[in-house]
Design a protein around this ligand. Structure first.
Ligand code: ZN
Length: 200
């Protein structure tokens, strides 16, 4: 019987079935106190985005530690109050290329895990827009400010889930697309939020 498994953050030993070891858990950062990103009615965050959190999100994205989905969903469900009946859960999708490369979209996995815990519906409502050619903008800028389009008329109340937010620009772009397609209330739940200025 396997009594230990590698910690998703440091690779050290953690009890079997536990994603993150005690030492890394003790080093987790609280979320930064930042204003709600534009376009959202509220935004709840579980963690900051420092060394341990970066390792965890990298492990989730690139090393396929899908057990972290359950770990993060449990943490979020304990922190964030259950959405009202009628709220539909969705996610800000990653680019199609990244999804193909990884074989999954971590934001979708997190959204589905949370919706299951809450007993709320979870539906894909957004796609990344390729957008017009953006001459003069770097790849990094385009990635930092993605465009989204709604896939269908969206429900009035939507809860948007994402794994990481830095500037909040991704959440703002997603919220705008949801409102253009009919959402009246858009809230967000984010696993980790950076206090820095560059990125998503
Ligand atoms: Zn660890």
């Amino acid at each position: 019987m396997l009594l230990t498994s590698p910690c998703a953050a440091c690779g050290g030993l953690a009890p079997a079935g536990v994603a993150v070891c005690g030492r890394c858990t003790a080093e987790l950062s609280p979320p930064p106190s930042l204003s709600v990103p534009l376009g959202l009615d509220a935004c709840s965050t579980l963690l900051g985005y420092d060394d341990v959190e970066r390792s965890l999100i990298t492990a989730l994205k690139n090393r396929q530690r899908r057990d972290l989905v359950g770990w993060l969903a449990a943490g979020l469900a304990a922190e964030v109050s259950e959405p009202a009946v009628g709220v539909v859960v969705t996610w800000a999708p990653t680019s199609p290329e990244r999804r193909r490369r990884r074989g999954f979209d971590q934001a979708e996995l997190l959204a589905r895990a949370l919706a299951r815990r809450w007993g709320r519906p979870c539906r894909p409502l957004l796609r990344r827009e390729p957008g017009p050619p953006q001459a003069g903008r770097s790849r990094i800028e385009r990635r930092a400010h993605p465009g989204f389009a709604a896939l269908r008329p969206v429900p009035r109340r939507v809860l948007l889930v994402d794994d990481v937010a830095t500037t909040g620009a991704t959440l703002t772009a997603a919220a705008r697309a949801l409102r253009r397609a009919g959402a009246a209330e858009v809230t967000a739940v984010v696993a980790a939020r950076a206090s820095g200025r560059s990125g998503h």
